[in-house]
Design a protein around this ligand. Structure first.
Ligand code: SGN
Ligand code: CA
Length: 539
């Protein structure tokens, strides 16, 4: 008798405390939106030269825009590992896209789940088929597909018909509408594949953007004089390395006709080896389409191919570069336009339901991207357009609307920021800094004046050499250490386009001395070393 009374009291106590804690759980929700390879130059809140992104801009209008946000290692899966663990690549071990992610590590979503948040992830993670810390997820395998993509789930894998950007949004919105537990705050990771190569937009955006013409960057015809070996040997030049079938949407049949006209369409490297245009690369995405999808895409593909057949043979190299740049921008920006529409759908939903009032919304990319600057596409380098990444955050009643911040913040800082916002203890071994003081406008509490960068994926696609460096607001000091031993220094204020390596200019002797010593201190602080770098070199 006494025992069952005790039980009743215990059960009612537990019930009461649970319902109380539900009622008082006003910790903020977090909606983390990340796209893949989204250059800040292609967000109108940063730069309205190329595209209007009214919905992504809503986050900046209602919150904060970081104009100097960067990544620690400008490549996809490593950036994601840094975000999840709050640790540099050399500590979390995911130094490049190929390395295995050690999933015994603590990631911030696991801590959120443990602390009573409802957690979900939809879209591109890039590694792992069972992300830890998520109540629900559907993720693309690896890079995933643009058209009719396959998703990996907890219980089963599934192919969903349509365009990947719309589908990832539908999955996210469906989760909000049917799965959300209103008694808990949520952490939602809504992760776009777009605008990753090979830039297949929806058929409607494909047609719309094919009619547009975009301004060229100042450095489109960069010949890499005054730069080191790494810039000269990288294989990411739009004219030389962008692929006709894969990137510019030239049909294999057209290529066959054109190769007879111009056999050099296959790029030959200095050492005589060639890069082969791959038919499968066109046929991959095109082959995934059903008949009715194909009919819609064919209208624009035919126009592109007719133009190419008629005009290409008459063009010189400058005109060819310009043509390829336009084709690149048309498709890349078209995929972003869909991301923007879809971000709008999610923001609208939050507003319609009132959820927006207690939700932190973050928009970022796994890294930046070259949109023709230095003649390039792709990323990897410490040079600005791929080192920097967009970062916009809104948090009603905490962040003042419409502010810009130019502090040197990094993807390394996200985990600690979210944990602090959710009042969850931050593990001691995370290496970033919480951005909360900056979000609250307490800039005096922010003391960082330089950041550390280290890129590893070499030799590999695009052939960007391994390097590490230090960046502050005025200078960038870089060491390319693998198969060359070269240093570069850029004067960020006087040479914002990073066209002149001034490392050997005697006027910068003092700057070099000071920065070299700061770099060495940073490497010690973050526990990186030459020995560790060597351990990451494969046979
Ligand atoms: C693919 C791309 C490359 C890109 C890497 C890494 N080629 O290999 O251009 O640099 O991914 O990108 S593709 O034509 O097959 O897409 S990352 O964002 O995943 O790191
Ligand atoms: Ca990426």
């Amino acid at each position: 008798m006494r025992k069952s009374l005790k039980n009743i009291i215990l059960v009612s106590f537990v019930f009461l405390s649970i319902s109380c804690s539900f009622k008082t759980d006003n910790r903020p929700n977090i909606l983390f939106i990340m796209s893949d390879d989204h250059a800040y130059q292609a967000i109108s809140a940063y730069d309205n030269r190329l595209i209007d992104t009214p919905n992504i801009d809503r986050i900046a209008d209602d919150g904060i825009l970081f104009s100097n946000a960067s990544v620690t290692n400008s490549i996809c899966a490593p950036s994601r590992a840094v975000i999840l663990t709050g640790k540099h690549s050399h500590i979390n071990g995911k130094i490049d896209n190929l390395a295995k992610f050690d999933d015994s590590q603590i990631t911030f979503p696991q801590l959120f789940q443990k602390a009573g948040y409802q957690t979900a992830m939809f879209g591109k993670l890039h590694f792992g088929n069972n992300p830890k810390g998520f109540d629900d997820f559907l993720i693309l395998p690896g890079q995933g597909s643009y058209i009719n993509p396959l998703f990996l789930g907890k219980d089963k894998d599934t192919i969903i018909n349509g365009h990947v950007t719309d589908i990832i949004t539908d999955l996210t919105l469906n989760w909000f509408k049917s799965k959300r537990d209103e008694s808990k705050p949520f952490l939602m990771m809504y992760l776009h594949k777009a605008p990753h190569r090979p830039w297949w937009p929806t058929p409607e955006k494909f047609a719309e953007f094919y009619e547009k013409k975009f301004p060229e960057p100042e450095t489109l015809f960069d010949d890499y004089t005054n730069r080191g070996t790494a810039a000269k040997t990288a294989e990411m030049n739009i004219l030389k390395h962008m692929q006709y079938m894969h990137d510019s949407k030239i049909r294999p049949e057209t290529m066959e006709i054109m190769s007879e006209v111009e056999p050099k369409m296959i790029y030959t490297r200095d050492d005589g080896t060639t890069t082969t245009p791959s038919v499968e690369r066109f046929n991959g995405p095109y082959g995934r389409m059903n008949e009715s999808q194909r009919r819609k895409y064919d209208i624009t593909i035919d126009k592109i191919n007719d133009d190419f057949k008629n005009n290409w043979p008459k063009m010189n190299d400058i005109e060819k570069m310009k043509w390829k740049y336009q084709r690149y921008m048309q498709d890349y920006l078209a995929t972003i336009s869909s991301v923007d529409d879809n971000v709008g759908r999610v923001l609208d939903y939050l507003e319609e339901t009132g959820l927006d009032k207690n939700t932190i919304v973050v928009y970022t990319s796994d890294q930046g991207f070259y949109l023709g600057e230095h003649g390039w596409f792709d990323k990897r380098f410490i040079y600005d357009q791929s080192f920097k990444t967009p970062l916009l955050i809104k948090w009603p009643n905490v962040i003042k609307p419409g502010i810009t911040n130019d502090e040197l913040v990094q993807n390394l800082d996200y985990a600690q920021t979210f944990l602090e916002a959710a009042m969850i203890d931050i593990p001691d071994d995370m290496q970033g800094e919480s951005l909360i003081p900056l979000l609250k406008g307490n800039s005096q509490e922010w003391t960082r004046d330089a950041v550390y960068y280290h890129y590893y994926e070499y030799p590999s696609v695009h052939m960007a050499k391994r390097h590490y460096g230090i960046v502050n607001k005025d200078f960038k000091l870089v060491h390319f250490y693998f198969d060359v031993d070269e240093w570069e220094l850029y004067d960020r204020l006087n040479d914002p386009n990073e066209m002149n390596n001034v490392y050997y200019d005697p006027n910068y002797k003092d700057v070099i001395e000071a920065l070299t010593s700061e770099l060495s201190d940073l490497r010690k602080k973050y526990k990186d070393s030459d020995e560790l770098s060597r351990s990451f070199i494969y046979d």
